[in-house]
Design a protein around this ligand. Structure first.
Ligand code: F6R
Length: 247
């Protein structure tokens, strides 16, 4: 694993964008795995800037998002489809038909999950997956205890995640309790992974994931099993690391 510790989230976004852009330029029909939440926003701003400056072309890019709340239509202000449109897709030259976010309104969510895995397989798998980490160590909506071999499925959110995400909803009762999420095994199938983190509230999870044992109790620790992972961590989220990690 490569670990880069940076001064601020702008630098985090620029570093991640540069790493992704390098791979994107080398392959047509590049398949990008995307995350929502506050962490990837500086990255998305930089990708938009590169696209507007004609330095990065998305016209043949295919995307798959990690997750979506069950029960939220794409038009809901907190749906991940809406988030992706507002924070990335509406501002770049991507073909929206090539952007995939799990369907939170699927009539048969289990069948949808299987189909989502097939869609990723059909395009040859994910070339570069963007991840954020939850304060409890989750990746996507794979909460502590999720199997390290898990695939895309319907998951129950923990109280911790519902509380973390309630900042985006009027009331905590409005936060959905279930989601469709790629599994840890699905994430590990990506050719390359970039994990981003900033904020003191992530410091514990970052240290456990990078320096602790590989365990289902810390889903992000599974990234230790992947040989092409880059962690880009802002220093406020790196305070609990014991090893030098290139500092
Ligand atoms: C979102 C996702 C989540 C977030 C994590 C961190 O698609 O998969 O695992 O990456 O909850 O969220 P933020 O970035 O809001 O701190």
């Amino acid at each position: 694993m490569k670990v880069v510790i940076v001064r601020n989230k702008e630098e985090m976004g620029k570093r991640a964008a540069a790493a992704i852009a390098e791979q994107m330029r080398a392959k047509e029909h590049f398949v990008l795995g995307l995350a929502t939440g506050s962490t990837p926003l500086p990255l998305y701003q930089e990708l938009i800037r590169l696209n507007k400056a004609r330095k990065l072309d998305f016209s043949t890019t295919i995307t798959f998002n990690l997750d979506e709340y069950v029960g939220l239509p794409p038009t809901h202000s907190q749906s991940y489809r809406r988030f992706m449109n507002a924070n990335l897709f509406d501002h770049i030259n991507i073909n929206k038909a090539a952007t995939h976010v799990p369907d939170g309104m699927a009539k048969d969510p289990e069948a949808f999950c299987e189909a989502y895995e097939c869609m990723m397989d059909d395009v040859g798998g994910i070339d570069y997956q963007v991840l954020g980490i939850g304060s409890n160590g989750h990746i996507a909506f794979n909460e502590p205890g999720s199997s390290l071999a898990s695939r895309t499925r319907v998951v129950q959110l923990t109280k911790n995640t519902i509380k973390d995400n309630s900042r985006f909803f009027k009331r905590i009762q409005d936060v959905p309790t279930r989601a469709i999420s790629m599994g840890i095994g699905t994430v590990l199938d990506a050719e390359r992974i970039v994990m981003l983190a900033y904020g003191a509230n992530k410091a514990d999870a970052v240290a456990k994931a990078l320096e602790g044992p590989i365990t289902a109790s810390v889903p992000a620790s599974a990234l230790q099993l992947h040989d092409k992972v880059t962690w880009i961590i802002v220093k406020d989220a790196a305070t609990k690391l014991q090893l030098e990690w290139g500092r």
